[in-house]
Structure formats: structure tokens, C-alpha cells
Design a protein around this ligand. Structure first.
Ligand SMILES: *Cc1c(COP(=O)(O)O)cnc(C)c1O
Length: 481
């Protein structure tokens, strides 16, 4: 999308699509929202959708489909083996990634499972720019481990670095010196999820690839969030500003050896897949598909979803489409910064990230600042975000709380889903909450599961701060929801 400048000089992230199908949502009264968050144990994962106004938990499998995707789904060819839908998807994937082979899988983590099974052995180490939760779990499951070597800016919440997701090349060279034989492949994650949807530069991909080649080790790309990353390469990396999105995507692909993706994000559907040229690795992976996923011409995906993804990937090669998410996220971050609210900068893809540690400096890590903020935000707005802080960590070996170095509330921006007025509403309520942040208090465990506790653990407030927050809200907004 070309930049749209308004009369007053400001820029507007103008939508290059119109709405054809809508889903009704409701903003329940604040009294119900208070009840609902208590029932959910102050864990936004445990809220029921019917109590949520804007669901900003994740961008996974909840992006809006286009009319062309919906139309393609009607053409789906139902067949266990040899479905036309698979061949259409394969052609679409090969056009953007230009690899000899494409293998289907039911979602991103399934690709990680199969790739780890084939490529990882006990004691292996995988250098990467940053881990993703399911990636790390699958590598460890096979007896390997990860080595994170992002650049020095990656973990700074406030930064102006255009490519915070890039890998530190010197540290990669050192890793080969230190671990040599134990490195089966190097992994780059596009649109680095856990550090705030931050991109890698194409320059960095090329440099990483050169080092991998020197050592005869393949470079793997997790392309789940590649659409945002392609947008940032085109807009932030001068050399590529006149290249088309497809040309940039092809060049990314030529500089990596194995590509996998979650089509819950890349392709706007629900599924995934792996692309590569290596015959031997392909043969090993192919044997596993019928065992874990489904026959090799659907890999656990429905034929309808394969059609939708085929068209979704084609549509991803269009700036009008891939600029919407980053445009809205930047708008939201800029407006929040104007209101003094601490957010992760520069704005990335995926979502807007509130820096809960700076938002609530009076709440100790052991009292879950990010979870408290996510809970407070839901109460006063019906907006559901995701806690990414101490609650998402694990306890230390000695049983003490594993306090996280950074406390974030992620407000995901599912693509083409929300309108500008909905985003303005969220901004307004977050700014109000920031002014009233002193009212927000901490939380403590009520029910703490042993494994992945953030998914279904329950917390309770340390005192009556939530009731006081509701009181102040009603004073300020009177009869407004
Ligand atoms: C979502 C995601 C995955 C996992 O994909 P699923 O389809 O949810 O299994 C892997 N890597 C990254 C970077 C992701 O964002």
C-alpha cells in the first residue's frame, strides 16, 4: 500500500479491503467482566469467547479470509490420495519458496516435530536467532538443545533497531568453533515471535547462509511470520524497496535450505508444510508424514483449508495485504506512546506489546505484573491480551518463582480482523488504565499446574484492587460500557 497522508500531515494505515461477512460481538457490562475474569482465575486463556469484546490473544488461525479464499474452498477436491487441492497448494508454495519438494503437515509444530525427529540426535545444539515455545520443546524432546544468539538489541524493549530479530554472525562463527560437529542445522525465525514480532534483514539471512555453507550445515527458516518480515524488508532495507514482494520472498528462499511454516499465520488458513531440496532428508520426512500427519497429499489438513492456504499464500505476495497488520500495530504503538504508555519499540508484526514491567513498577515479579495488567485491561475494556512474563515461565529447580526478565502483555493483531474504531477504543482504554495504574495490584497462585501453567493455571488478586478499579471506571465513564 502507498502511504496515505492526511491533510494535517499524519499518516493513515488505510484498509485496502472491505468487509463482506461480519461476526457479531458484544461488550458486556463491567460487572460481568469482573465476574468473568474471576471465574477464569485471572488467566485470559481461560476466558470464554462470549465474554470477550476484542480478542487480541493470538494471530493463530484467526486471521480474516478473503472472498477468493472462501470461493476456492468450494472447489475443494475431496480425496484421500491425490487431491487436486493438494496440487494447487503445492504449486502455490513452490512459486514462493522455489524448492524441489513440499510436504504437508497439520500445523507449524507438526513440521517442527518431524524435522527434529529426522535431524536432531542426542547432544545436538541448534544455534538460532530466538526460540519459539513449540520449537524448543521439539528439539529438546529429541535430546538436543538450543543456543540463542540474537543481536545485542534483540532483548531491549526500547530500541530503534530496524531488524531486532537478526542473528549475531560473530556469535554464530564462535558457535561453530565451540560446538562444530554437534550442530545439525542453524535456524532463523522470521518475524521473531517471542521478542515482539521483530524482523530479520535479508542481508542477515545471506550472511548466516554463507557461514552455514562454509561448515556444510543447512540453514532452516521458520517462515510462520514471514509475511510481516517481507513487509519490513521492503520498507526498511533500502536495497529491496523497488523489488516486488514475490521477488523478495524468492530471494529469502534461495538463501535458506529448509523452510517450514504454520499456515495458521502464513497463508491465512489452518495447516502447515515443509519445503526443501535435499533428496535424502526429503525421503526420511516423507516416511513420517503418513505415520503422524495423514497421507502425503493432505498431511492432516482438510482439502478446504489447502485451497484456502493456496490462495492465501498467493495473496500474501501483495503489499496491500501484508501492510495491514504492521500498519495497524504501528498506529496503535504510536498513539499509546503519545499517551505515555510504555510499549515495545520499534513496533513489529504480530501485535502491539505493552511493557508491563514499566507500566506497573510497583508490582514485584513474584506478583505477576503482566498477568495483573492483562486482567485489569480485560476488566476495563473487554480486550483480551496474552501474558508473556513470569506466569509463562517455570519454577526454578529449588521451587522458587522463576521471575521473568521481561514482563509483556501481547495484544495480537489478527490480520484484517479489527476496524480502526475498535483499535481506537482499545488505545483509549489502555491510556485510561495507565493514568489509573496505581490502583492495579498483584496476583498470587490459586491453582498452579506443573506443566505449561500459563495455559490453565488460576490466580487470585492480593486484595480488593479489582473492585476499586471497577469503582473508578464507573466514576469516570458513568453509564458507558
Ligand atoms: C505459531 C508459530 C509456530 C507454531 O505453529 P502452530 O501452527 O501454532 O503449530 C512456530 N513458529 C512460529 C514462529 C510461530 O509463530
Amino acid at each position: 500500500m502507498n502511504k496515505i497522508r492526511m491533510t494535517n500531515g499524519s499518516e493513515l494505515p488505510l484498509e485496502m479491503h472491505k468487509v463482506k461477512i461480519v461476526q457479531k460481538i458484544a461488550l458486556k457490562p463491567i460487572e460481568r467482566r469482573l465476574e468473568a475474569i474471576k471465574e477464569a482465575g485471572n488467566n485470559t486463556f481461560m476466558l470464554n469467547n462470549r465474554d470477550i469484546f476484542l480478542d487480541m490473544l493470538t494471530d493463530s488461525g484467526v486471521n480474516a479470509m478473503s472472498d477468493r479464499q472462501q470461493a476456492a474452498m468450494l472447489l475443494a477436491d475431496d480425496s484421500y490420495a491425490g487431491s487436486e487441492s493438494f496440487y494447487r497448494l503445492e504449486a502455490s508454495v513452490k512459486k514462493v519458496f522455489e524448492k524441489k519438494y513440499f510436504l504437508p503437515a497439520h500445523q507449524g509444530r507438526a513440521c517442527e516435530h518431524l524435522l527434529s525427529r529426522v535431524l536432531i540426535k542426542q547432544g545436538d545444539i541448534v544455534p538460532m536467532n530466538f526460540h519459539f515455545t513449540t520449537t524448543r520443546a521439539h528439539i529438546r524432546l529429541q535430546g538436543g538443545d538450543i543456543l540463542e544468539i540474537p543481536n545485542d538489541e534483540a532483548l531491549k524493549l526500547k530500541s530503534v533497531h530496524p531488524f531486532k530479530g537478526s542473528l549475531d554472525i560473530d556469535k554464530l562463527k564462535q558457535a561453530f568453533k565451540d560446538h562444530g560437529e554437534r550442530i545439525p542445522f542453524v535456524r532463523l525465525e522470521a518475524g521473531t515471535n517471542l521478542i515482539g514480532g521483530q524482523p530479520i534483514s535479508l542481508q542477515n539471512i545471506k550472511e548466516t547462509h554463507a557461514v552455514c555453507k562454509q561448515h556444510g550445515v543447512p540453514l532452516m527458516l521458520d517462515a510462520s511470520l514471514l509475511q510481516d518480515n517481507l513487509f519490513f524488508i521492503k520498507t526498511r532495507e533500502a536495497e529491496y524497496k523497488d523489488k516486488s514482494v514475490l521477488e523478495i520472498c524468492n530471494e529469502v528462499a534461495r538463501n535458506v535450505d529448509i523452510i517450514y511454516f504454520s499456515a495458521r499465520k502464513f497463508g491465512n488458513g489452518r495447516g502447515g508444510g515443509i519445503c526443501l531440496n535435499d533428496d535424502a532428508v526429503y525421503e526420511k520426512l516423507r516416511e513420517l508424514i503418513p505415520l503422524f500427519e495423514g497421507y502425503v497429499t493432505y498431511g492432516g489438513m482438510s482439502v478446504k483449508e489447502m485451497e484456502a492456504i493456496a490462495v492465501g499464500i498467493e495473496e500474501t505476495m501483495d503489499m496491500d495485504m501484508i501492510s495491514q497488520g504492521p500498519g495497524f500495530i504501528k498506529y496503535m504503538a504510536d498513539e499509546l506512546i503519545k499517551a505515555g504508555v510504555p510499549v515495545v519499540t520499534p513496533a513489529g508484526g504480530l501485535g502491539c506489546h505493552l511493557d508491563a514491567g514499566s507500566f506497573l513498577p510497583h508490582i514485584k515479579g513474584e506478583e505477576f505484573p503482566a498477568a495483573s495488567l492483562a486482567s485489569a485491561l480485560y476488566i476495563i475494556s473487554g480486550v483480551r491480551g496474552m501474558e508473556r512474563g513470569t506466569m509463562s515461565e517455570e519454577r526454578n529447580a529449588d521451587g522458587s518463582e522463576g521471575v521473568s526478565a521481561i514482563e509483556l502483555v501481547r495484544l495480537a493483531m489478527p490480520r484484517r480482523v479489527f476496524t480502526m474504531s475498535q483499535i481506537n477504543f482499545a488505545i483509549d482504554r489502555i491510556a485510561w488504565l495507565f493514568k489509573n495504574r496505581d490502583i492495579i495490584g498483584g496476583l498470587r497462585w490459586k491453582e498452579e499446574p506443573k506443566i505449561l501453567r500459563f495455559f490453565n493455571g488460576k490466580l487470585e488478586p492480593l486484595n480488593d484492587w479489582q473492585e476499586r478499579l471497577v469503582q473508578k471506571f464507573k466514576q469516570d465513564f458513568e453509564d458507558s460500557l
